[in-house]
Ligand binder design. Structure first.
Ligand SMILES: Nc1nc2c(c(=O)[nH]1)N[C@H]1C(S)=C(S)[C@@H](COP(=O)(O)OP(=O)(O)OC[C@H]3O[C@@H](n4cnc5c(=O)[nH]c(N)nc54)[C@H](O)[C@@H]3O)O[C@H]1N2
Ligand SMILES: Nc1nc2c(c(=O)[nH]1)N[C@H]1C(S)=C(S)[C@@H](COP(=O)(O)OP(=O)(O)OC[C@H]3O[C@@H](n4cnc5c(=O)[nH]c(N)nc54)[C@H](O)[C@@H]3O)O[C@H]1N2
Ligand code: SF4
Ligand SMILES: [Mo]
Length: 652
C-alpha cells in the first residue's frame, strides 16, 4: 500500500524559543522534523527536544489518551476510563458545588504562563467561574526581568540583535543549553569579530571588569540575559541595573543593540487579551486575587498578568487564609516538581476538595488528581505566536488529528463554558466568546492584514519593523520617559533606584552560614530535558540518567566526595532534602554547589515517583526571602550543606 506522506511548515512549541521547522507525516505519524532555515526568528536553529522529545511524547506508549476518574484514595493510582461528557460534567458540577459552598474565590487554576494560549484559556475560564485566582510559573522564570523592563519603560523583552552586534554582554544566561537560536547567533557574531563578555558564577574566566566596560561602551552592544539573575529575592532591582545600562549606553532599539518589542498593528497578543476590559471581573473581585495585597505589581488588577502569588495560594489551601481555596484546575504545569517545597505542594494537593489535571503523561502532579484530562501536543494543535526577534508571527499547525481522545486546553475551556451556560450561568460566555480555536486565532490576527492562510503555508509571516521609534511611541511609564528613578517604586515606598537591598529574611538566612557553608544554585538547563519533561524517554535518560550536583575539586575534597557519589542536600530554613549525584569540575566556583531542576523518575513508586527523593525542590522552601515587587523566591544563592550518602537511587 502506498504511504500517505505530507510535509507542513510549523513551529516547535516545546519551549518559548519557538523554532520553525518542516514536519513530515507518514501514515498519520510524524516521522521527520527538519529545521526551517527561512524562519526569520530561528534561522534554522532546532534542538533534540523538538526533533526527538516532541514526537516521542506524542506517540509514547504511556501517554494519557482518555479522560480518567480516580476510583480509590487520592494518590493510590487507581483509575477508571470515562467519557469526555462525564469528565466535563463532573468537573463543572464539582467546581460549582465548591463555588456554592465557599464562594467563587475558592476556585483556582494553575498553568505555566500566559505566553501560550493555555494561559489565556485558563485565566478566562477561571473568571467565567467568578474567580480571579490562577497561578503561573513566571515568579520562578522571567517575571523579574519582565517587571524591570516594564517599570524602567524599555519594553524590549529580550530583543537582542546579536547578529549585528559588536559586543554581547551575557549575564546569567547559558545559551548553549537553553536556546539554540541565541547560541547560533552568538557563534555567527563571534566569527564576525564581536566581543563576548560573560558574567556567570559557573565560569571563572570572565573578562576583567574594566576591559568589559570598554568593550561594552564601544558598541553597538547587546545585553543577553537569562534566568541566572532572575527568580530570586533581588531579581527586579538586579535587572533594573542592567536595563538602565542598556538605556544610558544608547543601545536601546538600535542595530546591534536590544530592539524593542513591536507587533503588527491590529494584532493582539495573549497578555493583552487577559487585560482587555471586556474580559475582566469587577474590580472588587480582582482586588482579592491572592497576593494582590502584598505584590500589587505582580498579582491582581494592576499585576503584570493578573495572576496570583503562588506560595500564598499554597498557604491558603492549607490554612484557609486569607480565605479558603478548595478546588484547583492544573494544566500545562507540573507543580509537584517545579514549585519549591515539594512536601508542602503535595500536602496542599491532597487536602483539596477537588483537583483536575490536564496532562500528557502521568506526572506526580496528575497522580493526585480526581480527574485526569488528556492534552494535545504541539503536533496536534494550532497556535499563533509573536516572535518579536524575527520580527514575525509564527504558527504551530496540527500534523495530524489528536491521538486517542486528547483535546486542547482551548477546547476544554470552551466545553466548560458551554456547561456553565447550560447550568444557568449566562454571563460565562462573555469571558470566552470564541467557539473554535481557529476563531480565536483569527481574533488575535485581527485587522493586522496577516492571513491565516499565509501562516499555514509558510509557517510564519513577517511584519514591518520601525527601529528607534521613540518620538512617535514614547515610553510606557508614568512620566513617559525611561525611568532610571522609578516613580512607581517610589510611590510604593520601595527603592526607586536600582540597588541591592537584601530583605530581612535574606539577612537572617545569611547568619546560618556556619551550618550551611555552601551556596546552592539550582536550575542549570540540560540539553535533553525541558524542566520536568522527557524523563520517560529512554534516549534522554541515556544522555542524562540522574540529577547531578557540580562541586569544585577543592570543595569535593573537603567533603571527601568524588564524582558519582550520591549526596543529600539540605538548605537553611527548610526541613526537606534531596539526593543528587556528584560531578567534580572546576567549571563551578569554590563553595558553590550547582545543579539542575525538574527531576523525577517516572518508573519509581507512585504517587511521588521520586519527587521527594531526587527533585531539588524537595530541598527548597517557598516561604523564604522574596523579591518585594514580584514575590519571587530564591532558587539560587541559598545556603546549603551536603552529606555523603551513597544510597542507591530509587530507580537503580
Ligand atoms: N534544554 C533546555 N532549554 C531550556 C529550558 C530547559 O528546561 N531545558 N528551559 C527554558 C526556560 S523556561 C528558561 S527560564 C531558560 C533558563 O535558561 P537560562 O536563562 O540560560 O538560565 P539558567 O540555565 O537557569 O542559568 C543561566 C546561567 O546563570 C548562571 N547564574 C546562576 N546564578 C547567577 C548569578 O547570581 N549571577 C549571574 N550573573 N549568573 C548566575 C548559571 O550558572 C547559568 O550558567 O531556559 C529555557 N531553555
Ligand atoms: N528549583 C527550581 N525550580 C524551578 C526552576 C529552577 O530553575 N529551579 N525553574 C523554573 C522555571 S524557569 C520554569 S519555566 C518552571 C517550569 O515549570 P513547569 O511548567 O511545571 O515545567 P514543565 O516540566 O515544562 O511542565 C509542564 C507540564 O505541562 C505539560 N505540557 C506541556 N505543554 C502543554 C500544553 O500545551 N498543555 C498542557 N495542558 N500541558 C502541557 C508537560 O508535559 C509537563 O507535564 O519551573 C520553575 N521551577
Ligand atoms: S529550542 Fe528546541 S524545544 Fe525549544 S522550540 Fe526550539 S526545537 Fe523546540
Ligand atoms: Mo522558565
Amino acid at each position: 500500500m502506498a504511504q500517505k506522506t505530507k510535509t507542513i511548515a510549523s513551529t516547535c512549541w516545546e519551549c518559548s524559543t519557538h523554532c520553525g521547522g518542516h514536519f513530515t507525516t507518514e501514515d498519520g505519524r510524524v516521522t521527520k522534523i527538519t529545521p526551517n532555515a527561512e524562519h526569520p526568528a530561528s534561522l534554522g536553529a532546532f534542538c533534540v527536544k523538538g526533533i526527538r522529545g516532541l514526537p516521542e511524547l506524542t506517540y509514547h506508549p504511556d501517554r494519557v489518551l482518555y479522560p480518567m476518574r480516580r476510583t480509590a484514595e487520592r494518590g493510590d493510582g487507581q483509575w477508571q476510563r470515562i467519557s469526555w461528557d462525564e469528565a466535563l460534567d463532573e468537573m463543572c458540577d464539582r467546581f460549582l458545588e465548591t463555588q456554592a459552598k465557599y464562594g467563587p474565590l475558592s476556585l483556582c487554576g494553575a498553568v505555566s504562563n500566559a505566553h501560550f494560549s493555555r494561559g489565556v484559556s485558563l485565566s478566562l475560564l477561571m473568571r467565567a467561574f467568578g474567580s480571579p485566582n490562577w497561578m503561573m510559573n513566571q515568579d520562578l522564570c522571567g517575571g523579574c526581568r519582565a517587571l524591570s523592563d516594564k517599570l524602567t519603560g524599555l519594553a524590549m523583552g529580550n530583543g537582542e540583535d546579536i547578529d549585528n552586534t559588536n559586543c554581547a554582554l551575557i549575564v546569567g544566561r547559558n545559551p548553549s543549553a537553553a536556546d539554540p537560536t541565541q547560541w547560533l547567533a552568538l557563534k555567527r557574531a563571534q566569527k564576525k569579530g564581536a566581543k563576548i563578555i560573560t558574567i556567570d558564577p559557573a565560569r571563572t574566566q570572565a573578562a576583567d571588569i574594566v576591559t568589559a566596560a570598554e568593550w561594552y561602551s564601544d558598541g553597538p552592544s547587546c545585553f543577553v540575559s537569562g534566568h541566572g539573575i532572575d527568580a530570586f529575592s533581588a531579581g527586579v532591582q538586579t535587572y533594573r541595573a542592567f536595563h538602565a545600562l542598556v538605556a544610558i549606553s544608547g543601545n536601546l532599539d538600535r542595530v546591534g543593540g536590544n530592539r524593542r518589542v513591536k507587533k503588527p498593528a491590529g494584532f493582539t497578543n495573549y497578555i493583552e487579551v487577559i487585560h482587555k476590559p471586556e474580559f475582566r471581573l469587577p474590580l472588587e473581585a480582582e482586588e482579592q486575587t491572592i497576593g494582590a495585597d502584598r505584590f500589587p505589581l505582580w498579582a491582581g488588577p494592576k499585576g503584570w498578568q493578573t495572576a496570583c502569588h503562588n506560595p500564598s495560594v499554597i498557604n491558603a489551601i492549607l490554612t484557609g487564609k486569607p480565605y479558603p481555596v478548595r478546588a484547583l484546575y492544573v494544566t500545562g504545569v507540573n507543580i509537584v516538581i517545579t514549585y519549591p517545597n515539594t512536601q508542602k505542594t503535595i500536602e496542599a494537593l491532597k487536602s483539596l476538595d477537588c483537583l483536575c489535571v490536564a496532562t500528557h503523561m502521568m506526572t506526580p502532579t496528575a497522580e493526585y488528581a480526581d480527574l485526569v484530562l488528556p492534552k494535545t501536543t504541539g503536533l496536534e494543535d494550532e497556535e499563533i505566536s509573536l516572535e518579536a526577534n524575527g520580527p514575525c508571527l509564527s504558527v504551530v499547525q496540527p500534523s495530524h488529528p489528536p491521538m486517542g481522545e486528547a483535546r486542547s486546553d482551548f477546547w476544554i475551556a470552551g466545553e466548560l463554558i458551554k456547561r456553565l451556560e447550560a447550568r444557568g450561568h449566562s454571563d460565562a460566555r462573555r469571558f470566552f466568546p470564541w467557539q473554535t480555536k481557529r476563531e480565536f486565532n483569527e481574533y488575535l490576527l485581527g485587522d493586522s492584514g496577516i492571513k491565516m492562510e499565509t501562516l499555514l503555508d509558510t509557517g510564519y509571516a513577517e511584519y514591518e519593523y520601525d527601529l528607534g521609534n521613540f518620538a512617535r511611541d514614547g515610553f510606557k511609564t508614568s512620566t513617559g520617559k525611561i525611568e532610571l528613578y522609578s516613580e512607581t517604586l517610589a510611590g510604593m515606598g520601595l527603592d526607586p533606584l536600582p540597588d541591592y537591598v537584601p530583605t530581612e529574611d535574606t539577612i537572617a538566612r545569611a547568619e546560618t552560614q556556619t551550618d550551611f557553608p555552601l551556596l546552592l544554585l539550582t536550575g542549570a538547563r540540560e540539553k535533553s530535558y525541558h524542566h520536568s519533561r522527557f524523563r520517560d524517554q529512554s534516549w534522554a535518560r541515556k544522555v542524562a540518567p540522574d540529577p547531578w550536583l557540580q562541586l569544585h575539586p577543592d570543595t569535593a575534597a573537603a567533603y571527601g566526595v568524588v564524582t558519582d557519589d550520591w549526596v543529600t542536600v539540605e538548605t537553611s530554613g527548610h526541613d526537606g532534602s534531596c539526593r543528587l549525584k556528584v560531578r567534580v569540575t572546576d567549571e563551578t566556583m569554590k563553595d558553590v554547589a550547582r545543579t539542575g531542576m525538574g527531576w523525577w523518575y517516572p518508573e519509581a513508586a507512585g504517587p511521588e515517583r521520586g519527587a521527594l527523593d531526587v527533585n531539588v525542590n524537595a530541598a527548597l522552601s517557598y516561604d523564604g526571602p522574596k523579591d518585594p515587587i514580584t514575590g519571587s523566591s530564591d532558587i539560587r544563592g541559598i545556603p546549603c550543606r551536603i552529606i555523603r550518602t551513597n544510597q542507591a537511587a530509587a530507580a537503580e
